[in-house]
Each structure stands twice: as structure tokens, then as C-alpha cells.
Design a protein around this ligand. Structure first.
Ligand SMILES: Nc1nc2c(ncn2[C@@H]2O[C@H](COP(=O)(O)OP(=O)(O)OP(=O)(O)O)[C@@H](O)[C@H]2O)c(=O)[nH]1
Length: 495
């Protein structure tokens, strides 16, 4: 009976009389549905079981082969191409002077009235009549908005059009009441802080790193101008007074509003965060973020739950409204690195660049893993291969999951071993200074040699040691406050 349920349409509810199914068959069926990426919701009511096969979406189960994940669609969540089009200018109008309407052909009192009307027209400094213009088309501006975290919405909607300017609203007769067309509003598109805006395969337009940063990406079209249409015999006389006279039919094109600019843009998000959490998949980075901030990242016991950097703010408080964003520090949980991430394996490479704008790195290591020290080395090595500058950044090491007895037992040894990897900053500086001194006493040729020696690839042992190594359990809230204290202290030291 149960096997027929998958053929039910979405949102179908199946009622079964009591005692027709066992708990075991339900759980087997539920796991079957999981493979269909659907969740089974079972409620028991007085008539029996109510099975709601409402096709609630569940988290995609991961592929066991990390290589396959290289082709994950989500990999490009932080990069998107959009097309924006500014609004066209509104049209001007071809206007007649009131005398052309034929209503006042007589002389005397009407002529006087006409003369009065003429005098009330607005004129430019050179005496020519100011005729109404079509409204300016809406510009398109992209701006950094603190409340935005991802570029995902641009994957759903990739085309943005600003409104066109209003036309000159005139019934063919020019009067002092004739108004210009309304300018269209600027289309403002919010993006997360840290978004780089580039022309598609073109130059960099802006790096929107600070709140309030903005860039005009497409200019709205100019509104068309209005022209006066006059009979031949009046034209020459009027042309001495104003330039806005229709000379021949070719001039009519001037009344048409200009088209707005259309551009294709590449938006690239580089997370701006004070602290970057790095570590192998499953180390507990998302759990740490959830335990210390108000962020609600996806957490599961399979790798690559995190498909995009999650941001959390220390001291964040939703009740503070916009104030929640002005917290002491922002933490970014970056998707797990794996060996070969710098070559594009796993989800790594795309995310490694997000570390660029962090001040402090927090290495999260699963202390209950088979070889935590090797895991730590792998991550350091990946960082070094991608950008050695990342290893020069201050960092602390969090040995996580010490609620597991095995991890707790190993903690002292692990801490010691982690401390051993790297050297003191003083040692490093002395080394560089002594090399520089040596270079002064030698010829230019030697100088080049020593410079290249300095540039020679350093091993991870040659970079500085962590500022702190601390054992915690972010899941069971063991020593979280101590860890936060270390993070804050480290942040202060690298302000
Ligand atoms: N026992 C124990 N389990 C933990 C602890 N912290 C995290 N976990 C578990 O470890 C698993 C992975 O945690 P995540 O926070 O998703 O790990 P992650 O490093 O963000 O993983 P990716 O998203 O793959 O990068 C989950 O099942 C967590 O419940 C801890 O302190 N103790």
C-alpha cells in the first residue's frame, strides 16, 4: 500500500486506518522518499495515520565523491552576470503656437491678448523660448546594502530595467502651462557589502566594500526636445527670436527620447568579514558560527553542508534592527576545504578568495578526527598554495569536539603539536633583517640573489605560530567564552 504513495501528486494527504502500517515500514518508506529529495510528514490522528506527502524539500544529500561537487551549480553563487537597462528618455513634442490653432484670426483685442500670452512664455538668456523636454530615463545604480548577504537572488532574476522618462504631455499647442515630461526614478539595486562590479569581460567599475558605496552603471536616455512648427511665412521671423523651430521633417528626430544604456555586468562577491573560519568539511565551523552569533547556517554530519559563506555578527541582536549590523566583529563560515582545493577540488577554490578581506583566521580542527594535526596541516598547505599571504595573517586554532572523550584525552598532546608548527614572529623578523643586512654588504648581483631567496617558497613551519590554541566543544558549549575572549583579543591585536 505504501509503495503507491510516490505516485501521489505533490501535497497529497493519504489517510490510513489505524494499525495498517508499522513504525518500521514508515521509517523505511521515509528514507526511500529521502532519495527522492522529499520529506515524509506523518501525523497520527484519531482516525489513524495522516501521511502528508507534501513534498517538503529536504537538504540535498551529498555526493560521496568530492570530485563531482566541482561541477556543483552552487559553486558560482558568489559570481553572477546580470543585464541592466536604463530607461529611455521621454519624447518631446512638435508644438504649434496658439495663433496656429486658427481660433484667433481676427485683429484688435485678440492680438493684444496674444501679445500678452507671448510675454508670459519662459525664455532662455538669449531670448529663445524654453520649450518642454521629454523626461530623463531612469539611471541604474548598484549600491552596497548591509542587510544583503548573498548574490543568490540575481540567479533567479538577472535582468533589470529602469523606467522610461515621461513624454511631454501637450495637445499640440504650446502654452505656458505645457510641462516637461517627468524624469524616471533611479533604479537602485542593492548588493551585499564586498561586491565587485565589473563590465562583463571588461573593466572594473567599482568595489562596493563600504556601506553606502554605489556606482552608476547605466545612464538613462536624454529626453527628446520639443520644436515649434510654424508656417513658412512666420518661420523666418520667429527664427530670429528662438532656435527651437522645426526646419524640415528631419528635425523631428530630435523630439524622440534617447535610448537608455544597456550593459551586462559581472558581480563578484568577496565577503567582507573580520574573522574567517577555515577547516576541513565537518570540523564544526557552521556549528561554531551558530553557537556564537545569530546566524542560522545549515548544519549536518556530511561534508559540504556549507555551500556559501555564512556570515554572523558577534554581539548581533535582531531586536536592534539596523543596529545589529554594527557589531564588534563579523564572522564568515567558509565552506570546507579539502586537499587540492586550491586546484578547484571540492568547493574550495572559489571560496578561498573570500579570505582576502578577513583580518583574522580561525582554524577549526576536529579533535576527534583520525589525525587532527594532519588535517590542520592540510588546510594550512591549501591556504599557502592558494595565496601564501593568508599564512601571514594572524590566526588562532580551535580544537573542536572535546566533548568526545577521545578528543578530550588527546587535547594536551594535540595543543602541543599544533604549537610546534610555525615559528615566532620575532624569529621571522630577525631572519629577514639579517638577510637584508647581508644584502647591503654585497654587490647588486648578490642583492637579487637574496631577494629571490626571500621570495623562495616557505614551508608552513616558516610562518608564524597561532596566537592561541584552544580546545572547545561548540556543540556542547564547552569553553566557548574562552574562545570568544581569544578571538576578541586577537582582533584587537590586529586592528
Ligand atoms: N560531538 C560534537 N559534534 C560536533 C561539534 N561541533 C560540530 N559537531 C557536529 O559535526 C558535524 C559537522 O558540523 P558542521 O558545523 O556542519 O561542520 P562544518 O565544518 O561547517 O562542515 P562543512 O559545511 O562541510 O564545511 C555536525 O553533525 C555537528 O553537529 C562538537 O563540538 N561536538
Amino acid at each position: 500500500m505504501l509503495s503507491s504513495v510516490p505516485q501521489q501528486r505533490s501535497s497529497s494527504i493519504l489517510s490510513l486506518p489505524p494499525n495498517t502500517i508499522s513504525k518500521a515500514s514508515l521509517s523505511a518508506f521515509s528514507s526511500q522518499l529521502y532519495h527522492f529529495n522529499r520529506k515524509l510528514i506523518v501525523k497520527k490522528n484519531y482516525q489513524g495515520f495522516l501521511i502528508n506527502c507534501a513534498l517538503a524539500k529536504v537538504k540535498n544529500s551529498p555526493s560521496p565523491n568530492p570530485d563531482i561537487l566541482v561541477k556543483e551549480r552552487h559553486k558560482y553563487f558568489d559570481e553572477v552576470i546580470i543585464t541592466v537597462r536604463a530607461g529611455d528618455g521621454g519624447h518631446g513634442a512638435i508644438l504649434n503656437l496658439p495663433s496656429q490653432s486658427g481660433s484667433a484670426k481676427s485683429v484688435g483685442i485678440f492680438d493684444k491678448a496674444r501679445t500678452k500670452k507671448k510675454a508670459s512664455y519662459k525664455r532662455d538668456f538669449d531670448g529663445s523660448l524654453i520649450l518642454p523636454l521629454g523626461g530623463h530615463g531612469g539611471d541604474v545604480v548598484i549600491y552596497a546594502d548591509e542587510s544583503k548577504d548573498t548574490l543568490l537572488e540575481f540567479h533567479k532574476k538577472s535582468r533589470y530595467n529602469a523606467k522610461r522618462g515621461g513624454n511631454v504631455d501637450a495637445m499640440g499647442v504650446f502654452s505656458s502651462q505645457t510641462r516637461s515630461g517627468l524624469a524616471a526614478p533611479v533604479l537602485r539595486i542593492p548588493v551585499p557589502l564586498g561586491t565587485v562590479v565589473k563590465q562583463k569581460r571588461g573593466k572594473l567599475l567599482a568595489d562596493l566594500a563600504q556601506p553606502g558605496d554605489e556606482v552608476l552603471v547605466a545612464k538613462g536616455g536624454q529626453g527628446g526636445i520639443s520644436l515649434l512648427e510654424l508656417p513658412e511665412h512666420r518661420r523666418n521671423k520667429m527664427m530670429d527670436l528662438t532656435t527651437n523651430i522645426l526646419r524640415d521633417d528631419n528635425d523631428k528626430v530630435l523630439a524622440v527620447g534617447q535610448p537608455g544604456e544597456e550593459v551586462s555586468l559581472q558581480l563578484i562577491l568577496r565577503v567582507v568579514a573580520d574573522v574567517g573560519l577555515v577547516g576541513l568539511p565537518n570540523a564544526g565551523k557552521s556549528t561554531l558560527l551558530a553557537a556564537t552569533t545569530l546566524a542560522k547556517p545549515d548544519i549536518a554530519d556530511y561534508p559540504f553542508t556549507t555551500l556559501m559563506p555564512n556570515l554572523g555578527r558577534l554581539n548581533g541582536d535582531p531586536s536592534l534592527g539596523a543596529g545589529q549590523f554594527s557589531s564588534a566583529a563579523t564572522l564568515a563560515d567558509l565552506p570546507g576545504l579539502i586537499e587540492g582545493a586550491h586546484l578547484g577540488k571540492g568547493l574550495g577554490r572559489n571560496f578561498l578568495r573570500h579570505l582576502r578581506r578577513t583580518r583574522l583566521l580561525v582554524h577549526v580542527v576536529d579533535a576527534a578526527a583520525e589525525d587532527p594535526v594532519q588535517d590542520y596541516r592540510t588546510v594550512k598547505e591549501e591556504l599557502r598554495m592558494y595565496n601564501p599571504e593568508y599564512l601571514e595573517r594572524p590566526y588562532i586554532v580551535v580544537l573542536n569536539k572535546i566533548d568526545i572523550p577521545e578528543a578530550m584525552e588527546r587535547l594536551p598532546n594535540l595543543t602541543e603539536e599544533i604549537w610546534k608548527i610555525g615559528c615566532d614572529v620575532m624569529e621571522l623578523q630577525n631572519d629577514v633583517t639579517s638577510r637584508r643586512e647581508a644584502s647591503h654588504s654585497t654587490s647588486d648581483g648578490d642583492q637579487i640573489d637574496i631577494d629571490s631567496q626571500e621570495k623562495k617558497v616557505k614551508t608552513i613551519e616558516e610562518y608564524q605560530r597561532p596566537l592561541a590554541v584552544i580546545g572547545v566543544s561548540v556543540l556542547k558549549s564547552i569553553r566557548i567564552n574562552e574562545m570568544l575572549k581569544e578571538i576578541r583579543a586577537a582582533l584587537r591585536s590586529c586592528q
